[in-house]
Design a protein around this ligand. Structure first.
Ligand SMILES: NC(=O)c1ccc[n+]([C@@H]2O[C@H](COP(=O)([O-])OP(=O)(O)OC[C@H]3O[C@@H](n4cnc5c(N)ncnc54)[C@H](OP(=O)(O)O)[C@@H]3O)[C@@H](O)[C@H]2O)c1
Length: 311
């Protein structure tokens, strides 16, 4: 009989890939899906096993983790205005599902998708909430085997955040949102999901927060990304900090009036302009034998042209 994994965030960019990868690895996936999404996608979901609910709904979460062998907690709020919004999903949500999982008669293995942002909790409400989410898991984990993964910026097909930047580079224009000298790591979504599946299947108890990236030691500068993806002829267009901040300010005001969740906020601007988002694979590779396999050039090709096959 297949082992059962409870998956949250299954409808998001990373979660959809995780869902496929887990099924390919032979897991029976029980996904948490918010009612708003379920109502819009009934036809696609009819043959899938899912529980309709949110991270706020104790009863539905309890049904989600009931008797499972593993939990992959990938759901998270990635856009919003204030700390309270991020806290509700990214801190209290983690604490709630971790407590329910840990109280199972046979506690499942538990993976929390955190973020490298958790390393810099003072930069933004999002970063703070990811760090506090890690604390919430540690406090509730009890006897569970758990691991926290801290990816840097993750990209892949259908990722709304990074695709426009890569599309502009392909057209010859490199839009630089951070400082000239800042450096950052990147990770293709399939390498992240491979690490999750590997740990579920054969990872030793970690009880640690571990970073992972695409193997490009020392990370990238914006110029590196423009040249690797688009060649030497890419024209660099630097978005000044003042323009980013002014846009964030307008966006925040509009979000308050029209009640939507903004992605570009003052906090996001501070994250974008942070000089050091470089991470290190050493610990995870030592623990698991996991190695990234997709370079930036290959990952961007797959992201921009997902239907093209390598000859
Ligand atoms: N993308 C990156 O570069 C990156 C980097 C590091 C870490 N991460 C982490 O990876 C995780 C997934 O990110 P993503 O890029 O895939 O984001 P995404 O596309 O916005 O997906 C977020 C997922 O979480 C679900 N969700 C959010 N709040 C929820 C709630 N209160 N109850 C139930 N479900 C909820 C969403 O459901 P709906 O579809 O209904 O909205 C969606 O399925 C997040 O925890 C994020 O912090 C992402």
């Amino acid at each position: 009989m297949s082992r059962i994994v409870a998956l949250t965030g299954a409808t998001g960019f990373i979660g959809q890939v995780l869902w496929r990868r887990l099924e390919e690895a032979g897991w029976a996936v029980r996904a948490l899906i918010r009612p708003s999404y379920a109502n819009r996608h009934r036809d696609e979901l009819h043959h899938k096993k899912f529980i309709e609910g949110t991270l706020q709904d104790e009863e539905r979460l309890s049904a989600l983790v009931d008797g499972v062998d593993a939990v992959v907690h990938c759901a998270g709020r990635v856009r919003g205005l204030d700390r309270a919004q991020f806290q509700e999903s990214n801190v209290e949500g983690v604490g709630r599902i971790a407590r329910l999982a840990a109280s199972q008669q046979r506690p499942p293995r538990f993976v929390l998708l955190s973020s490298l942002a958790a390393r810099e909790p003072t930069l933004s409400a999002y970063a703070w909430s990811k760090q506090q989410g890690e604390v919430a898991l540690q406090e509730m984990a009890g006897r569970m085997d758990w691991i926290i993964l801290r990816p840097p910026a993750v990209y892949g097909p259908h990722d709304r955040a990074t695709l426009p930047l890569f599309q502009w580079i392909e057209r010859g224009i490199g839009v630089q949102l951070g400082e000239r000298h800042s450096r950052f790591s990147l990770l293709y979504v399939d390498d992240l999901t491979a690490a999750v599946v590997m740990w579920l299947e054969r990872g030793p108890h970690a009880g640690l927060a571990l970073e992972l990236h695409d193997g490009h030691a020392g990370g990238y500068s914006w110029a590196d990304v423009f040249e690797l993806v688009g060649g030497k002829s890419v024209i660099r267009f630097v978005v000044p900090k003042a323009v980013l901040s002014a846009t964030a300010s307008i966006n925040q005001a509009l979000a308050r009036i029209f009640r939507y969740d903004p992605i570009l906020t003052y906090g996001k601007v501070r994250e974008l302009r942070h000089p050091h988002w470089v991470c290190d694979n050493t610990e995870l590779t030592k623990l698991l034998g996991w190695e990234p396999s997709i370079s930036l050039v290959e990952g961007v090709r797959r992201s921009l042209h997902p239907d093209e096959r390598v000859s």
